[in-house]
Design a protein around this ligand. Structure first.
Ligand code: F0G
Length: 430
């Protein structure tokens, strides 16, 4: 057993995303950034798995189906709520009305705490346990805090969450309260909350920071791409459209597709040799779109943070995304793009997806649909490129998280009051 664990440990390295300096993977948490150049760290699997048979032989369900591809050494450290394994739903009604050939939604709202964060958190908290941490912390616009609170409850690790005061959806706050987290509302925005959380965790090595700059989170979240490829019958989609906030989501999804393409996972997940990975389209909310702006300006090496980000899609109300460098790399390396949509477009896309397909997602998660609706009605060049392709949208969280946001937009004539008799009902139905 010991040698099996040792063997697996040797298959991964922790390295700087920018300068590629390598570090001991088990030292993660003593530092969060490259000790040489200060950039974010990533995990790279260096083993050649091209001769492996199938991940299904290794583990059970969802994220941990891919145990071999995830840098956790000992299975006994897994802290799981059966995350992942979410459906990829073909949206024929929407595809028809947009004029697209093949549109799918990966519905991440069906994860245990209602968002895609659970994929990353099961790995992040399992690693915290493996490394011996007794305290975990995050800053959050809501979903990360809900997810971290649940997994730490299960692991019986102390959980501290920082949220921007008055800026997170009630459903998410209710979750963190129920799971028993210590919650601190910061008088500022998400970017302020993350700055404070990072500074404390960097200073105090006893607390593990579990925001998506933590590369173990990314290792869990990348499994969304493995599942999409499997669910498409072992083939890559042509385009993946997804919301971007702090940049972890697009980083992880791109890492998953790249691993399938580059690292010899073809044999594991259907033969992808010769098939290019998808173009990644990152969508932000107009009032919080530093990455979309950087892309439009052709920048690769910097972004200009937005000091006072504003959007009703509170999950992605982020002005200074910590993973901007990785997010831009995902966009440029995949030949994709970044764009932004208005809150109005977001709310109408949320309703469209619910009323046409029966999928109720939170506002941030409707940004991919809002983007497609926009290019479809404009019949833009992007639309021409996409219309005959296979498109997968990653819809990251459940609509039940944030009902207030939706109700703000309900037209008064959608809900009527009637008296308690058949005549009244007949009258309004006529
Ligand atoms: N969609 C939802 C529902 C989210 O909660 C988030 C991020 C994103 C998309 C964007 O993902 O940040 O990795 O680019 N929520 C974080 C949180 C920031 O604290 O819950 P990202």
């Amino acid at each position: 057993m010991v040698s099996e664990i040792q063997q697996k440990r040797e298959q991964f390295v922790l390295r700087c995303f920018a300068c590629k300096t390598e570090f001991r993977i088990d030292d993660y948490g003593k530092f969060y950034r490259c000790l040489k150049c200060g950039n974010l760290l990533e995990i790279k699997r260096i083993a050649d798995l091209s001769s492996s048979k199938s991940p299904h032989a290794i583990a059970s369900y969802g994220v941990w189906n891919y145990f071999d591809l995830i840098p956790l050494w000992n299975k006994s450290n897994i802290v799981s709520l059966s995350e992942g394994g979410t459906p990829l739903i073909e949206c024929r009604n929407l595809a028809r009305s947009f004029g697209l050939k093949s549109l799918h939604v990966k519905f991440e709202g069906l994860n245990p705490t209602g968002s895609f964060k659970d994929r990353g958190m099961t790995v992040g908290v399992s690693k915290a346990k493996e490394l011996g941490y007794k305290i975990a912390m995050c800053a959050s616009t809501g979903n990360t805090s809900a997810s971290l609170s649940a997994y730490t409850a299960r692991a019986q690790i102390r959980c501290i969450v920082l949220v921007p005061k008055g800026k997170i959806a009630m459903g998410k706050m209710a979750q963190a309260i129920a799971y028993g987290a210590e919650i601190y509302q910061v008088e500022g925005n998400f970017d302020d909350s993350l700055r404070v959380a990072s500074e404390i965790c960097e200073r105090d090595n006893k607390i593990l920071l579990l925001n998506s700059l933590n590369p173990f989170r990314i290792e869990g979240q990348k499994t969304v791409s493995f599942e999409i490829v499997e669910q498409l019958g072992g083939s890559m989609p042509d385009f993946v459209v997804l919301p971007v906030g702090n940049g972890g989501n697009i980083t992880a999804a791109w890492k998953g597709f790249s691993e399938i393409f580059e690292d010899g996972l073809g044999g594991l997940l259907g033969n992808q040799l010769g098939k290019t990975p998808p173009m990644m389209i990152g969508v932000q909310a107009e009032g919080a779109a530093p990455i979309a702006r950087a892309f439009k300006e052709g920048r690769k090496d910097s972004i200009e943070p937005i000091l006072n980000p504003q959007t009703e899609a509170s999950a992605i109300n982020i002005g200074s995304p910590i993973s901007w460098m990785k997010a831009l790399a995902a966009i440029y390396d995949s030949g994709g793009l970044a764009d932004s949509v208005s809150d109005e477009e977001i709310f109408s896309a949320q309703k469209l997806l619910a009323s046409r397909e029966g999928l109720f997602v939170e506002p941030a998660s409707a940004t991919p649909i809002a983007y497609l609706a926009r290019i479809a009605s404009a019949r833009s060049d992007e639309f021409d490129q996409m219309k005959d392709s296979v498109i997968a949208c990653i819809c990251t969280g459940s609509g039940l998280k944030d009902p207030n946001a939706l109700l703000k937009g309900v037209k008064p004539d959608q809900i009527q009051t009637i008296s308690a008799d058949t005549k009244s009902l007949e009258k309004v139905l006529a």
